[in-house]
Each structure stands twice: as structure tokens, then as C-alpha cells.
Design a protein around this ligand. Structure first.
Ligand code: NAD
Ligand code: LMR
Length: 332
């Protein structure tokens, strides 16, 4: 059946009264995800004590008089929040504070994603696409996915796009080009300090990136800066990144829906099924191409020994994270 072009699209955002939620909702309501023709209904989930704050956000959304914002659903019930939704941004969870690694949040946040995975399984559209932002995002995505047995691996992703954008921005600055001139950057692995921002395949204009910057810059500047950027922002701001995270979440979903540029790719956390020797089932940052609303891991890239050893390291960390939450994975 052909879908009417003006059917309102239902988008769930969890943690909607939080910092990222505040930077994301107004852009979704303005039509930045689905275009300026498509009405949206936002389903906003919060914990009960945050419902008063959420009602204030709802007042502000109303006051913007967005022509595309057809309705709002405000709730503290995951079943209601995910009822019939086409897209879900799973943001709500505790952020880390200074001195913590993201994986220190694992047991604090994991239960949230078990409950939400089940609710998505029961209530969301059968074609729902899910992006997990709440940290530790890769392992939370795995928990949500494993608790949604009636949905497919390919409907769940975790966010690597902020790391990807950080790498793009640094490389563009170093090469004195626009970010739009750079293609084929990958951030492999975990959204953590073991992630591997990789420019071995990247092009800057028509030239390989590795001819524009040297290995020393890659190892001593690019990789550690991107790996530690979240911590640097927490130290400087006293709070974790929010506007850049919301922007990356929009970029991620937009590319998933509308497609990646021909010949290039983006970084997304997706369930591994053996590609590049990664533990099956863990959500791993891969190079991903999107076409017609479907995403596909770019396979058979030739990797250097350096790249392989970095990828191995971040895979090990994800395997360890998984062993810490086995009790929340019903099928393992
Ligand atoms: P925040 O504390 O400002 O907001 C989080 C919101 O989630 C709060 O309003 C809280 O009430 C709500 N919440 C908590 N448990 C919930 C639940 N069970 N259901 C619904 N809502 C719930 O935090 P923030 O700055 O918006 O960050 C949110 C998460 O995103 C954190 O875990 C943070 O570490 C993560 N993050 C990830 C990336 C990434 O690249 N993957 C980037 C930035 C932040
Ligand atoms: C980030 O990368 O900015 C976020 O994951 C927040 C954090 O804890 O670093």
C-alpha cells in the first residue's frame, strides 16, 4: 500500500526534558528531519518527577506555532510513548560527570533500555527506526535490541555520529578545507575512549587524506582529541555536550532516512554479524551506507595493521561491557 505523503510521522524522544531533548525537539518540530512538508507528532517520554519540566517544554513548543507540529504526547509510560512511533530517539538516561568513563554508567542506565526495548517491541510501528544516544550508547542499544525480539537488528542503531563529526571538523581545520570536501571518515567501535577515528580511507577533495596529514598528527592529535572530546566538554562546560549531540542525532537519522552521499559513508553503531571479525551482536561503530531507508555496513575495506589493532582494542571493550549486562539480554 502506498503511504499518503501527508500522514503525520510519529517521533518518540525519551529524556525529552533534558539538555539534549531541549536542543532536539524544536528542530524536529521545525521539519529538519523529514522536510518542510511532513507533519509530525512528537511523543515525549520522561520520568514522573520531570513531567512538570516537560510540560514547560511543551508550552514552548506550542508557542513556536510550528506549522508542522500536529500534536504532542507527553507521558511517563514507555508503552504510550512508543505507541505507533516511526522513529525513536532514546536519549533519556543519566549523563556522566567529570572523572567518570561512559561505561561507569552501564549498570545505572542499562535497565532503562531493557524496559524501552520491550515497549518498542510491543507498541512501535513494525518499521520503527531506533537511535540510542544515552550512554554507554553501544551497549544500551544492544540491550534495547535484544529485548525487542519481534523487530530486526537493522532497526536499531547507536550514535557514533558525534565522534564522526568531531573527526571531520578536526581534519577539515587541519587541511583548511570545508567539512563538505571530506568523505569516507570512519569512527570504528565503541563511543568511548577506545573508539578508533580512522582517516586511512578518507578523501580530502580528490586526494587521500593520508597525503594531507602525517601519521604523527593522526596518532597524537586526531585520535586522542576525538576520543577525549566528550570529557573535555564536560570539564569546560560542567555538563556534557548537548547541542552538538542533538545535531549529530539529527544528522544520523536524516542520513538513514534520506541516504548518504554516493561514494561516501557515515559512522553508525550497528549490530555486528561478523563483519571485520567483531563479536556478533555487539553494537559497533562501522562505515555505513544508507539507501532507500536501509543501511548497510561497508565491507571488505583494506585495513592496515595499525587500524586492525585499534579495532581489536575497542571490540575487546565492547565484549567486556556485554559480559557486564548478560542478565539483561534474554537470548544469551
Ligand atoms: P540530562 O540529564 O540533561 O537529561 C536526561 C533526561 O533523561 C532527564 O530529563 C531525565 O529525567 C531523563 N530520564 C532519565 N531516565 C529516564 C527514563 N527511564 N525514561 C525517560 N527519561 C528518562 O542528560 P543529557 O545531557 O540530555 O544526556 C542524555 C544522555 O545522552 C546521557 O546518557 C549522555 O551521556 C548521553 N550522550 C550521548 C552522546 C553520544 O554521542 N552518544 C552525546 C552526548 C550525550
Ligand atoms: C560526548 O561524547 O560528548 C557524550 O557522550 C557525553 C560524554 O559523556 O562524553
Amino acid at each position: 500500500m502506498i503511504e499518503p505523503q501527508n500522514r503525520p510521522i510519529r517521533i518518540a524522544v525519551t529524556g525529552a526534558a533534558g539538555h539534549i531533548g531541549y536542543a532536539l525537539l524544536f528542530r524536529l518540530a521545525a521539519g529538519e528531519l523529514l522536510g518542510r512538508e511532513r507533519p509530525v507528532i512528537l511523543h515525549l517520554l520522561e520520568i514522573t518527577p520531570a513531567l512538570p519540566a516537560l510540560s514547560g517544554v511543551a508550552m514552548e513548543l506550542a508557542d513556536c506555532a510550528f506549522p508542522l507540529l500536529e500534536d504532542l504526547v507527553l507521558t511517563d509510560q514507555p508503552d504510550k510513548a512508543f505507541d505507533g512511533v516511526d522513529y525513536a530517539f532514546l536519549v533519556g538516561s543519566r549523563p556522566r560527570s567529570q572523572g567518570m568513563e561512559r561505561k561507569d554508567l552501564l549498570r545505572v542506565n542499562a535497565e532503562i533500555f531493557k524496559i524501552q526495548g520491550r515497549a518498542l517491541n510491543e507498541r512501535a510501528s513494525r518499521k520503527v527506526r531506533v537511535l540510542v544516544v544515552g550512554n554507554p550508547a553501544n551497549t544500551n542499544a544492544m540491550i534495547a535490541r535484544e529485548n525487542a525480539p519481534d523487530l530486526k537488528d537493522s532497526q536499531f542503531t547507536s550514535m557514533m555520529r558525534l565522534d564522526h563529526n568531531r573527526a571531520l571538523s578536526l581534519l577539515a581545520k587541519s587541511c583548511r578545507v570545508n567539512v563538505g570536501d571530506i568523505q569516507r571518515v570512519t569512527v570504528w567501535g565503541n563511543h568511548s575512549s577506545t573508539q578508533f577515528p580512522d582517516i586511512e580511507q578518507a578523501q580530502v577533495g580528490d586526494e587521500p587524506a593520508t597525503q594531507k596529514v602525517d601519521q604523527r598528527w593522526i596518532e597524537e592529535t586526531l585520535i586522542p582529541t576525538v576520543q577525549q572530546r566528550g570529557a573535555a566538554i564536560i570539564k569546560a562546560r560542567g555538563a556534557s555536550s548537548a547541542a552538538s549531540a542533538a545535531s549529530a542525532a539529527l544528522d544520523h537519522m536524516r542520513d538513514w532516512i534520506h541516504g548518504t552521499p554516493p561514494g561516501s559513508w557515515v559512522s553508525m553503531g550497528v549490530a555486528a554479524s561478523g563483519q571485520y571479525g567483531i563479536a556478533p551482536g555487539v553494537f559497533f561503530g562501522y562505515p555505513v551506507e544508507c539507501r532507500g531507508g536501509e543501511m548497510r555496513i561497508v565491507e571488505a575495506l583494506k585495513l592496515s595493521d595499525f587500524a586492525r589493532s585499534r579495532i581489536h582494542l575497542t571490540d575487546q571493550e565492547l565484549r567486556e561491557e556485554r559480559s557486564g549486562v548478560l542478565d539483561l539480554l534474554p537470548h544469551r
